[in-house]
Write a protein that binds this ligand. Sequence first.
Ligand SMILES: [Zn+2]
Length: 454
Amino acid sequence: MHSDPRRELWNPTIETLPREALRALQLERLQKQVLYNHERSPVHRRKFEQVGAHPRDIRSFEDFARIPVMTKDEHRRMQQESLERHGSPSALMGCAPPEEIVRINATSGTTGVPTLYTLTAHDVAIVNEMHARKYWRTGIRPGHTMIQALSLSMFTGGLPLSQGIMNLGACVVPVGIEGGTKRVLDMVKLTRPHAIVATPSFGQYLIEEAPRHTGKPAHELGLRFFFCAGEGGGGNADTRHALADGFGARVYDHTGGGHAFHGISCDRADEVDGAMHFVSEDHCLLELVDPKDRTPIALAEGAIGEMVFTFLDWRGGPFMRYALGDLLQVWTSPCLCGKPGIRFKILGRTDDMLTVKGVNVYPQAIAGVIARFRPHLTGAFRIRLDRPGPKVRPPLRLRVEHAGLEASDLASLENRLVAEFRERLHVRPQVEWLAQGTLARETGKTHLIEIAHS
Ligand SMILES: [Zn+2]
C-alpha cells in the first residue's frame, strides 16, 4: 500500500486529507462507533441514558458533545466493578468478545491502579500505523536502528512502540530502562543505533553518564535522532536543546502508546512552542472542554482546555468522550514545517495543577522556567508541598539542583530565577539549592511533586 520509500508521509492519502473530508470521515466513523459502543457495553449505554439520548440521535459533533465525559477515576471504578461482578476487567467497558482481544495495555499506574486498554488485532494494526506515521515524518526509514529505552513492562510505550517501529520496517532494540543505564549504554555501543526513544530526564542522565560508561561523550555515540516520550520535557525548548547538544541529534517529542491518540513534534518545534502534530485524527476524535464544568471549547487556533478523546473505528475497549485529565492547547493554522495536521501541546495534568494565591501553576511550566537556566542548573528539581494540592500555602517551595556553583553565584542566580518565575508564571517561589546529582533520574517518569511528611 505504502510503496514509495522517498515519500515524506507514511500514509499520504489519509494524512493530507482536506479538513472537511477528514471531519466527514470522523463523523461517519463516530456514528458507527456510538452504535457499536451502545450495543455492546453497559457503561457506554448508561452515558446515553443519562441524557436521554440514543446513538441514532448523533447527527453532528455538537449532538455528541451532550454525552457526559468518562473520567479516569470512573474508568478505574468500572474496571473494579467489572472484576468483582464479572471476573473480567473489561466486561463492562469492553466491546469485543474475549476471543477477539489480543492485547491488554495499561497506564503506568503511577497515580493509582493502572487503567487497562484492550485491543483486537484490528486495533493493534491502528496503533502500529500511528507509530509508523510519526517516525516516518521525522526521517526514520527501513535500515535505521532505534534503541528503545523506555519502560518495557505494562507501560503503553513498551511493546506497542516496539511493534510500531517494526511495522515501519525499521529495526528496534527493545532494551528498556529496567536493565539500568549501563545496560542501555552497552547496547548502544553494541548495536550502533541511529535513534533512541527515552524520557528527556533519562536522556540527560545518559549524557552525564556516557563518558564514564563508554569512554566517550554522548555526542560521539552516533545517535542522530532522540525521541522524547513518557514525560513532558520534550515540549520545552531548553530541554530539547540540551538533548540535541548532548547527543548531537535531532530531537522530537512524541506521544501515544497503546491507544488512538498520537502526535509528534516537527523540525520547527522552537518556533511553534514545541507543539506536536496530531497524526491520528482519523481514529481519534479530539474535543476540548473546560476542566471545571466540562462545557465544550471550540478547536480553534490557540484554544486551551481539558482534552477529551473518542476512539473511532475501534473494537476492543473504545474510549468514548474520555477525559484523561490532560490540559491541552491546540493550533489549527498550517504549520511552518509544511507537514499536515493540527497541532497540540500538553500543558500539564489538570489534577497536577497547583494554585498559589489563586494563580494556576503546572509542574511542566515550572520545569520550563528552570530549563532556561541551563547550564547553571541541571534542570532537575522537585516541588515540595506540605499537603497534596491543588491549593498551595505560599510560598511555593522548590528544591532545585545547581550545576556545581559557588554560594556567591547562587545568590545572584536565585534572584534571577525568582524574577523569571514572577515574570512568566506570576508566582514567587522559595528556592532550596541541591548539589548536582542529588535527585534521582533513573525512573520511567520523574515525579516532580514531593509531599513533606513532617
Ligand atoms: Zn510542524
